[in-house]
Design a protein around this ligand. Structure first.
Ligand code: SF4
Length: 80
């Protein structure tokens, strides 16, 4: 499972931070950071979801009010 984080879209509401510890607050920039993610396009960050954290990743994606977080299964299908 893979998560993609569109950081440009993020408005720093930080609901995701409460759902999954991979997301942390960056108060200086008013945005979340996705710890350990690789930057693919400018401001799009991608992370392979560690085993056991799949539910948390999905919850984080669901609570984001601006849909900045997407989750894909191993076949590349978007699930959230
Ligand atoms: S919930 Fe969405 S808008 Fe809020 S900090 Fe997380 S990614 Fe950004």
């Amino acid at each position: 499972m893979r998560v993609e984080f569109d950081r440009e879209t993020c408005i720093g509401m930080f609901q995701c931070v409460d759902e999954w510890e991979a997301f942390v607050k960056n108060m200086d920039e008013g945005k979340a950071d996705l710890v350990g993610a690789e930057e693919h396009d400018s401001d799009t960050f991608v992370l392979e979801v560690p085993d056991g954290e799949e539910l948390d990743a999905k919850f984080a994606a669901r609570v984001c009010p601006v849909d900045a977080i997407s989750v894909y299964d191993d076949d590349g299908e978007q699930i959230v």
